[in-house]
Design a protein around this ligand. Structure first.
Ligand code: CIR
Length: 280
């Protein structure tokens, strides 16, 4: 567990001990739904998903997050929502507030209630409204830059609404066309505040001027979805060549087996919402 004291000072009877605020990194997750076999699919052919394997890989993923200092807050199973393990699509959590999305797939809109309830103690909530559609997988935050992918799940109205919500907080919002994959973060994710990993066939690197773009190994097109937790980069174990590239570039990397949820078009970022919050 990562605890960073942010307040301390001299104490005396006149000046009682100040409240010590600690910051914790929370990982919001949700168990795999037993109906995962009926998940939405856009770019993949349906193939059987072994629920028990998916569940045990997901538990291992949560364990890795815990090992890296996160407090895992696991939401209850949602048997009626096949894709509900992919909590990333339901919210964008920034330091100042969270935005509840309006998922592009109608089958996923009912996932919002429980995510809203879980986030409310941590953040003020804003909401994306119709006619906008937005999946969290299309929102890449790198420092104060927010890139929103235009995909089958997210539209320009959503970009306008995100911009209106965040603009007073110093964020820049840009629209990015994505092709060949489900979400923007299938094609590009952040390694640091100035470096991204990218599949240039699915998104053009020109969208990220001033940032170093490390390319996935060409034989591993789906490898751009990595999850940064502190100084560690989690990458899908199915993509060892890209893992080697990242290690060679000096990153501390850790493979995580996510092969069963990959059949549902999910990857590593999709299965958690990571954010810092204060605990007293
Ligand atoms: C869907 O199509 O919505 C799910 N089967 C996969 C969602 C994966 N989420 C993500 O990449 N952020």
């Amino acid at each position: 567990m990562q605890l960073e004291p942010t307040g301390s000072g001299p104490t005396s009877p006149l000046f009682p001990a100040p409240i010590t605020v600690v910051r914790m990194r929370t990982a919001l997750t949700r168990r795999v739904s037993p109906s995962i076999g009926q998940c939405e699919l856009t770019h993949l052919k349906r193939q059987p998903i072994d629920f028990e394997v998916a569940q045990s890989q997901h538990e291992r993923y949560e364990q890795v997050l815990e090992d890296l200092g996160c407090r895992v807050e696991r939401l209850g199973e949602e048997p009626d929502f096949p894709d509900s393990v992919f909590v990333e699509d339901i919210a964008i959590v920034l330091d100042e507030f969270a935005i509840i999305t309006r998922p592009g797939a109608i089958s996923r809109r009912g996932e919002r209630g429980s995510v809203e309830r879980a986030l409310r103690p941590h953040r003020r909530l804003e909401h994306i409204q119709a006619p906008a559609i937005l999946d969290g997988g299309d929102v890449l935050v790198v420092g104060k830059d927010i890139y929103v992918g235009i995909s089958s799940r997210s539209n320009s109205e959503a970009v306008d609404q995100v911009r209106a919500i965040v603009t007073d907080y110093g964020y820049n919002v840009g629209e990015v066309n994505v092709g060949g994959c489900l979400h923007l973060k299938s094609a590009v994710t952040a390694l640091t505040g100035d470096t991204v990993i990218i599949n240039p066939d699915w998104v053009v690197a020109d969208h990220f001027p001033g940032r170093t773009c490390i390319q996935v190994d060409p034989s591993e097109p789906n490898a751009a979805n990595v999850l940064r937790v502190g100084d560690t980069i989690l990458f899908a174990a199915a993509f060892p060549r890209t893992g080697d590239r990242l290690a060679a570039a000096g990153f501390e990397v850790r493979p995580v087996d996510a092969s069963e949820l990959a059949k549902a078009e999910g990857a590593l970022t999709c299965c958690s919402l990571l954010f810092d919050s204060a605990a007293v």
